[in-house]
Design a protein around this ligand. Structure first.
Ligand code: PLP
Length: 390
């Protein structure tokens, strides 16, 4: 491999929320696999671009240049086959803060926002905490082939309720790792359009596709964008979440203007801008190798569980680097599962109830983008706590 993903990196003392932020809470030697934030070094091309920006020595208010928009347009075209236009691109310091502004712009306090749990836990925080709307869950279900599916009847019913103004879809889906197929996305486009529901699609994990899979952007499913907003952050793909650079793609002029009037967009830093330009113009091969490495980690974890803890239920993620692990066959309750993993194994995952407050108590989300040796140790430590379960 041209890039080194395999050497563990010490992230202590780097203002890392995942490492430094956990040090006060957990015993020394903890392995944190809870945040969707990679312990893999950023592309050297991006590091160079950031050095160039630092060398300017002045870091004033920032405006993304034409080069920035060209880079975003190129990436969307070459990677997803979606030809977007400059005006559609609304740079935003964060994906979640951008989505919050969309929610505020297109619904009122108390209105329903439809989500499909188990789903990225912060969606609930954004809907109920940040914007004071109501999270309406159309729960995913596992089909007979162990594939997570949306319940289109439930979604149709929820969309037909006029209190529910927005459907917030995670695509690819964190934490279950589904990469939605075109027919599934098509159905969502049709249902939301039929009921005049705004469709926000969070595509932040779109470049993290497991071997053999293909991501379809919602933008390629229709050319009627009258109810569609796409959130496309770079934080996950390039491990630059701390640089606060994201883009909302809003092709419809009316939607765009309303979003802007609600105060959406902006807040970019010169570092974020230079990182985006570099990421989207010179890092294609890095992303390819990253995905290869992540494939290896996912495979390692899946094989490990199949062999050492065959009673846990996981479906193979088609995208993202998250595993949604169901420990309920252990017969233990959520607190005991948590105790064994966090307190005894000293591995920090994310409790399932964060992503699914109703059914998630015995589940855990594990993010595997770290050096393989670290992942292996974490898996072994977890398995050692469950040897009594057959
Ligand atoms: C689906 C999803 N959306 C958004 C975010 C966060 O994006 P940002 O840091 O750009 O707000 C995450 C982070 O894990 C995520 O998984």
């Amino acid at each position: 491999m041209k890039y080194d993903f395999d050497t563990p990196v010490n992230r202590f003392g780097t203002y890392s929320a995942k490492w430094d932020g956990s040090a006060a809470r957990y015993k020394p030697g903890f392995i944190p696999l809870f945040v969707a934030d990679m312990d893999l070094k950023c592309a050297p091309q991006i590091i160079k671009a950031l050095h160039r920006t630092a060398d300017h020595e002045i870091f004033g208010y920032t405006m993304p240049p034409q080069e920035y928009f060209d880079a975003v347009i190129r990436w969307f075209d070459t990677h997803y086959g979606w030809k977007i236009e400059k005006d559609w691109i609304l740079p935003s310091a964060g994906t979640c803060s951008g989505i919050n502004k969309v929610i505020e712009a297109f619904s009122n306090i108390g209105d329903g926002v439809i989500i499909t749990r188990p789903v990225y836990g912060h969606f609930t925080g954004m809907i109920e905490g940040d914007t004071h709307r109501k999270a309406v869950d159309c729960h995913l279900h596992l089909d007979e082939n162990n594939v997570w599916r949306m319940d289109f009847d439930e979604i149709e019913k929820a969309c037909s309720d006029s209190h529910n103004r927005i459907f917030l879809l995670c695509s690819p889906h964190n934490p279950v790792g589904r990469v939605w197929e075109p027919w599934e996305l098509q159905k969502i486009v049709e249902i939301t359009k039929r009921h005049n529901v705004l469709l926000i699609v969070d595509e932040i994990h779109c470049d993290l596709i497991r071997k053999g899979g293909k991501f379809t952007s919602i933008g390629t499913m229709t050319d009627d964008y009258s109810n569609i907003v796409v959130a496309g952050g770079l934080g996950k793909t390039f491990n630059i979440a701390g640089l606060a650079c994201s883009n909302l793609i809003i092709p419809n002029k009316f939607l765009r203007e309303r979003y802007r009037q609600a105060g959406g967009g902006g807040g970019m830093t010169p570092f974020g801008v230079s990182a985006v330009i570099s990421a989207y113009t010179e890092c294609d091969d890095w992303v390819e190798e990253l995905n290869e490495y992540l494939d290896g980690n996912v495979e390692l974890a899946m094989n490990f569980f199949a062999e050492k803890m065959p009673w846990v239920k996981i479906s193979y993620p088609q995208g993202t680097y998250c595993l949604w692990i169901d420990f309920s066959a252990s017969g233990l309750d959520g607190d005991e599962i948590h105790r064994r993993i966090y307190d005894e194994a000293n591995v920090i995952l994310q409790d399932g109830k964060v992503h699914d407050p109703v059914y998630g108590a015995c589940c855990q989300r594990m993010c595997v983008p770290c050096a393989r040796s670290v992942l292996k140790e974490a898996l072994e430590r977890i398995a050692a706590q469950f040897t009594d379960i057959k």
